[in-house]
Design a protein around this ligand. Structure first.
Ligand code: ATP
Ligand code: MG
Length: 175
């Protein structure tokens, strides 16, 4: 049996959106399995990182199922920040299944994995003006249409956890 080739994608996924889904589909066209690393896993309840790692796992697994990706094609692994860039690749490798290729547009992620000897690929950006976590969260705060940027099961999870009220509450000024 030939060994499986795995690709790694890293993101905070706050929340997973259709741009991330496009990358995940691309990765699975090129390799056997995708390892999805949830970055800054320890952070939640802030305006830039509103959702917990557990909530993000729910969103990701339901979005992938909805996108027709079987559960045996991916791993979702929360990865806490260690604030030591020179050790970060080791932290990722400690927590994840073995992988050979990194898919990332983030220069720091690219650089750290290149220096560790990995193959790094930059996936094309899918309509980045609107498909970005920052834009999704801005629309949530500004009462604009955020739902159309996300797979529908992600919308359902955000509603289940009262995510919009969480973000708007966090944005209030203390009186
Ligand atoms: P934020 O605005 O919160 O930083 P983000 O949209 O940049 O959110 P991240 O969770 O930071 O998403 O994940 C970053 C990775 O996701 C990038 O390195 C890139 O590979 C991928 N990605 C993000 N948006 C897109 C997109 N529109 N098309 C393709 N890939 C994307
Ligand atoms: Mg980003």
């Amino acid at each position: 049996m030939v060994d499986k080739v795995r690709g790694l994608m890293m993101g905070r996924l706050q929340p997973i959106h259709d741009g991330h889904m496009d990358v995940i589909h691309r990765i699975l066209n090129e390799v056997d399995e995708v390892v999805i690393g949830i970055g800054s896993a320890q952070i939640s309840h802030t305006l830039t990182d509103p959702f917990t790692a557990g909530e993000r796992i729910m969103m990701i697994t339901k979005a992938l199922s909805d996108g027709g990706i079987p559960a045996n094609k991916y791993y979702v692994i929360p990865i806490q920040d260690i604030e030591r860039n020179s050790l970060w690749v080791a932290q990722v490798m400690m927590l994840t299944p073995p992988f050979e290729v990194i898919y990332s547009g983030n220069p720091l992620v690219q650089r750290l994995f290149l220096e560790a000897g990995f193959k790094v690929t930059t996936p094309p950006l899918f309509n980045r003006e609107i498909y970005s976590g920052t834009e999704v969260r801005r629309r949530m705060l500004d009462e604009e249409d955020w739902k159309s940027l996300l797979p529908s099961p992600v919308v359902n999870v955000i509603e289940e956890i009262d995510g919009i009220n969480r973000i708007r509450h966090l944005a209030r000024k203390e009186l």
